[in-house]
Design a protein around this ligand. Structure first.
Ligand code: ATP
Ligand code: MG
Length: 399
């Protein structure tokens, strides 16, 4: 069965010195995992990966798999040519009619001649290929700055031609920088926070605190949908759904109203810590941004930090809502995040929350609340949903 060939460009990985092999190996593993149903074989050559993927794999599925995999800066469907002037020209004439070139307009030829022993230099090779284009499409024009189409020819050990390059996510492959748990709510921020840490190489599972029936089943569906949307960037994930209604009600009925959010956040940290230890994570990731809401002041964040020994990472801390929203739109989570089902933070929010808590005082209040048994029970009753690297939920998966 013939295979399709994709040329994949690595970004930051190529800057890695001694560890480069490790990063590359993980990236290859991540790509293979995404395309699991379609046998793929990935080889490398300086700064490039070449993936052979079964012919029956749909192009849009491959494009989605590659464009959402951190560590890839660009990719293109490529065609191997015989390593000679005639061979390259013949391959160009063969592939151009089924490429965008057939729509006409302007073009440029880019030749990358890594193999300096190849008899033609880059400029001469480009002229030969331009000539091939004109022989098919005499009305096209050359535009080196803003061409409608580009034909690229890479001359390395082998020769590859490609016409349409797509952009990748950049960053580093997930699972090269340890593991964290993402506190995933139904809002705009936390999916973006997870995406950003995954792009820095982190492997993530997610935790959602559900307060049924104060928050509806629809709110849970929304979070599951968000988990499915970010799953491709994370290489799949487990979503831990923690039933926290009893804990929330206990806080509401026995705590100071203005401290309710802080008490809930402290409980979240301690619950997350337990789940993290069960799934091998050593950091907690949240979607907080400084001063976005009352519980995100320096004092409040410093209090929540003090409730766990784990590292708390807040990748959005210095971003404003507009920047976060733009990223949410790009990764495709925005439309789901703005669906109207409220999360439990909103339902139990105090009217006048404290913004400048004194750590020692609120810590004492938290201890007095005796959340331990609620946390323990919630962890015991936690349900797990599993999403594969393409975002599909795996029913009946072993958690
Ligand atoms: P988001 O848009 O991510 O919901 P937000 O601006 O609404 O954030 P908060 O509701 O204060 O802010 O939540 C801050 C962070 O706490 C969230 O980004 C998320 O990481 C975590 N969080 C809040 N509610 C929940 C929940 N029900 N389950 C899990 N994590 C939550
Ligand atoms: Mg929220």
């Amino acid at each position: 069965m013939p295979d399709k060939l994709y040329l994949i460009k690595e970004g930051e990985i190529s800057l890695k010195g001694g560890n480069r092999n490790l990063f590359e190996k993980q990236l290859r593993h991540n790509i293979k995992n995404k395309l699991r149903p379609y046998h793929s074989d990935i080889t490398k050559q300086k700064g490039r990966l070449y993936a052979r993927i079964a012919d029956e794999a749909p192009d849009d599925l491959i494009a989605k798999a590659l464009s959402t995999t951190p560590g890839i800066t660009g990719f293109a469907r490529a065609h191997k040519a015989e390593k000679s002037l005639e061979g390259i020209r013949a391959k160009a004439l063969e592939i151009l009619p089924s490429s965008d070139f057939c729509r006409g307009g302007s073009f440029r030829i880019t030749v990358k001649r890594e193999d300096k022993s190849f008899p033609l230099n880059s400029h001469d090779m480009a002229c030969e290929l331009a000539d091939a284009v004109f022989s098919l499409y005499p009305d096209m024009t050359v535009d080196l700055k803003r061409p409608d189409h580009t034909l690229t020819c890479e001359i390395r050990n082998d020769v590859y031609l490609y016409t349409s390059e797509e952009k990748g996510e950049g960053g580093l492959p997930y699972a090269t920088a340890g593991k964290g748990v993402l506190l995933l709510s139904g809002g705009i921020d936390s999916p973006v926070a997870g995406y950003m840490m995954a792009k820095r190489g982190m492997k993530l599972d997610a935790i959602y605190f559900h307060a049924y029936p104060y928050t509806s089943e629809l709110a849970l569906d929304k979070v599951k949908q968000l988990a499915s949307i970010i799953a491709p960037y994370l290489g799949g994930l487990h979503l831990y759904v923690v039933p926290f209604t009893d804990g929330q009600v206990h806080i509401r009925d026995n705590g100071y109203e203005e401290e309710a959010t802080l008490m809930f956040r402290a409980s979240m940290m301690q619950t997350a810590e337990r789940i993290a230890s069960g799934c091998g994570a050593s950091a907690i990731v949240t979607g907080e941004a400084l001063s976005q809401v009352a519980s995100q002041t320096l004092d409040a964040m410093s209090f929540t930090d003090s409730m766990t020994d784990l590292l708390v990472l807040r990748p959005l801390v210095g971003m404003d809502k507009e920047e976060i929203t733009e990223k949410a739109r790009r990764i495709g989570s925005y439309e789901t995040s703005i669906l109207p089902y409220e999360d439990c933070c909103v339902v139990f929010s105090p009217k006048h929350p404290v913004t400048r808590p004194v750590k020692e005082v609120v810590r004492r209040h938290f201890e007095e609340l005796g959340m331990e048994s609620f946390i323990e029970k919630a962890v015991e009753e936690t349900k797990v949903y599993v999403f594969d690297p393409m975002g599909r939920e795996i029913e009946n998966a072993e958690a």
